[in-house]
Ligand binder design. Structure first.
Ligand code: ADP
Ligand code: MG
Length: 674
């Protein structure tokens, strides 16, 4: 097969693709800076910025013929007058009276107050949207003959600073550079798979003649990235072949004491996982295992078991969390059983530096490992969420000896998919939570009815239960988040939660204060914990049975699901109340997210919904490398493509040439060698 692999056709200059966006005509420092905020630095980034949809064809109708309905339609006319209202702190509404020769209508935009200035009387507009309650809710618009409402125009992930329109323009400027992409698939194979050439694929993606055209382009690019991923993972797997780890033998006395200490029986899924881990640990080859399971499914119990296996072999274990708060929370959870078992645990974060010299288990942040703390005799590393633990980092902590690694994630993806995307990891799964759990009941209420939500919450408190109130998400600094949370807590202390003991948890608290607060909440000295998203993972108080999430529409699906996992951890029925703005003010995707959360508590199902809403492989965003490298793949609908790519990749592991360069680029610094 490699023999017929082509040299790049024409003169490709892959390096040119890595030139700064500022080298494009008309792109100055401000645009460059704003593009950087979207993660777009190079010409390649622009070309690989995938439209999340295309503006479908919309029927253009006369204003007099507008009907309320689901279908998006277009109208064209002239602005008569414009006004802005601000019904609340977080909401602004622009209204413009629009006329064509048949009649008039009021068009509305939410939270785009700056638009008012542009909608001067006499401005010609073309608007796409829907008629709702006698007003025209605008989805996209063009002023004086621009092209945003055109059919099949790509709609890119954009920001306030860089609009979709601007992106269309910039991608257009980058498009001539597609000839610099080497095409590493032989035309014959591409044709057989029904796929266009690579350069054509980019053209189709950004300038489709129709929906199908764009889709064909996307599929080709998805195929390419899947092949690159598979080849890279296969090489990484091979690269590890000679590595040695301490074989830990059979489970011993310490873990059996741990089992006795646990106030419950392990579930069948936990037992199976532990069995798989024990088998790995008995080998002199480093374990590389991914443990998937919902929040609250009992992963932490398995994690501690694994760490104790290291300790009983006279070695050490480490548990790494992505943030200080999470590391501290893990520390709180593990402190008790470890004391009971006579195991020495140390916490190591930027702010707390316990002496690790004689600790048997060290809990800390990933950052700590990256800084290269040397842990002698490390046999097991448990990595909680988000970060793939690179070989580089492993070397840093172990001075060239390789520990067994267990990665844990609470945002599971279907197993077959996990095996493909994390081709170099073995996968374990806790698909069922401990038996006496009842799924959390979720309700969605709008702002005006939030006092009913608090009434419900107080009822739980009066029955001796505890509660969480999650503050609105603010995308600013930790400091302003903390300040807003303080304000929120103050309001609640004076209002809805007047006669209750309310604690406040946010990221600005000192670690000691946070620990103290969590201990108080656990000991039931507080009734309510008002918190920012720092409670997202790790807090474990089974007596907390109700949670209110304020402005839930601002959170992502995975995040809400994680938050909700803080309740429903005991045998009692638990509740999650999502408070949002009025439905009319919500974006389609916010509506879809909230509806999905009410409909199901199944994380796998939610993961699929999330995929659908976002329509791309960024299911877990930057949370899990590997997946986040997939820009073009749709994990759900591209399964067949995935299989084809996997098959082909098997033949290509040793291939040298343009594919090789691409693999090296994508896996740069991630220890892949041909
Ligand atoms: P995860 O880490 O997956 O979020 P945890 O290990 O923190 O889950 O477990 C969540 C809660 O369920 C904890 O209170 C834990 O003590 C409890 N738990 C774990 N395993 C079981 C089990 N087999 N039976 C009953 N309760 C369990
Ligand atoms: Mg946990």
């Amino acid at each position: 097969m490699p023999a017929e692999w082509p040299r790049p056709r024409g003169i490709a200059h892959p390096d040119h693709l890595d030139r700064d966006v500022a080298t494009l005509p008309g792109v100055g420092p401000i645009v460059t800076k704003n593009l950087a905020k979207l993660g777009l630095h190079t010409i390649r980034d622009l070309l690989e910025h995938r439209p999340h949809r295309y503006e479908a064809a919309a029927e253009e109708v006369r204003i007099a013929d507008l009907l309320a309905g689901e279908e998006e339609v277009a109208i064209a006319g002239e602005v008569l007058k414009t006004s802005v209202r601000r019904p609340s702190r977080r909401l602004s509404i622009v209204q413009a009276r629009i006329a064509d020769e048949s009649g008039q209508i009021t068009a509305v935009w939410f939270n785009q107050a700056w638009l008012a200035e542009k909608l001067q009387p006499g401005t010609l507009v073309r608007l796409r949207g829907q008629l709702k309650r006698n007003e025209f809710t605008v989805r996209s618009y063009d002023l004086n003959g621009a092209s945003a409402t055109a059919d099949f125009a790509p709609v890119y992930p954009a920001s306030d600073d860089v609009t979709v329109k601007k992106l269309r323009d910039l991608v257009g400027k980058a498009l001539p550079h597609v000839c610099d992409f080497p095409d590493f698939l032989p035309a014959r194979i591409a044709e057989r798979a029904g796929l266009p050439g690579r350069a054509d694929a980019f053209h189709a993606l950004h300038r489709p003649r129709g929906e199908q055209d764009g889709e064909r382009g996307r599929r080709r690019l998805a195929f390419d990235e899947l092949i690159v991923l598979q080849v890279g993972l296969a090489r990484r797997r091979r690269g590890r072949e000679g590595e040695l780890a301490p074989a830990l033998g059979e489970p011993g006395e310490l873990v059996s004491r741990y089992r006795e200490w646990l106030p419950f029986q392990l579930t069948e899924h936990q037992e199976r996982t532990i069995g798989e881990i024990d088998t790995d640990l008995a080998q002199p080859k480093p374990m590389e295992r991914l443990l998937q399971g919902e929040v609250g499914s009992g992963k932490t119990v398995v994690a501690l078991y694994t760490l104790l296996r290291a300790v009983e072999a006279g070695k050490r274990g480490t548990l790494m969390a992505p943030t200080e708060t999470l590391a501290e929370q893990h520390f709180l959870t593990l402190e008790d059983p470890c004391r009971e078992l006579g195991v020495r645990v140390a916490l190591l974060t930027r702010s707390v530096k316990d002496d690790v010299a004689d600790a048997q288990i060290v809990i800390g942040t990933h950052a700590l490992i990256q800084e290269g703390v040397e842990l002698e005799d490390l046999a097991v590393a448990v990595v909680d969420e988000q970060h793939r633990f690179g070989v580089e980092q492993r070397r840093a902590i172990t001075g060239n000896r390789t520990p067994h690694v267990l990665h844990m994630t609470a945002t599971p993806i279907p197993r077959t998919l996990a095996l493909t995307v994390y081709g170099d990891l073995a996968v374990s799964e806790i698909a069922k939570p401990p038996a006496d759990r009842k799924p959390v009941k979720t309700a969605w209420v709008t702002q005006e009815r939030s006092s009913e939500a608090y009434k419900r919450l107080r009822k739980h408190l009066d029955e001796g239960r505890q509660a969480y109130v999650v503050c609105p998400l603010i995308e600013e600094s930790e400091t302003s988040v903390a300040r807003a949370a303080e304000r929120e807590a103050e309001l609640l202390r004076k209002g809805e939660l007047k006669s209750y003991r309310v604690g406040l948890l946010h990221g600005r608290l000192k670690p000691a204060e946070r620990r103290e607060l969590m201990a108080q909440f656990k000991a039931r000295e507080l009734d309510v914990l008002v918190a920012t998203t720092v409670i997202e993972v790790g807090v474990d108080v089974p007596n907390a049975t109700i949670m209110i999430v304020q402005e839930a529409d601002r959170f992502g699906l995975a995040q809400l699901h994680q938050l909700r996992g803080r309740v429903g951890r005991g045998a009692e029925q638990s509740y999650c109340l999502l408070v949002s703005r009025a439905k009319e003010e919500l974006t389609d995707s916010a509506l879809a997210r909230l509806e999905a959360l009410v409909a199901t508590t199944d994380g796998f199902e939610l993961a699929e919904v999330d995929l659908e809403i976002r329509g791309e492989g960024q299911l877990l965003g930057s949370r899990q490398a590997g997946l986040s490298d997939l820009r073009f793949t749709r994990l759900r609908s591209d399964r067949k493509l995935l299989e084809q790519a996997r098959e082909l990749a098997g033949d290509l592991v040793d291939y040298e040439g343009p594919l090789n360069e691409e693999v090296e680029r994508v896996f740069a610094g991630r220890d892949v060698q041909a």
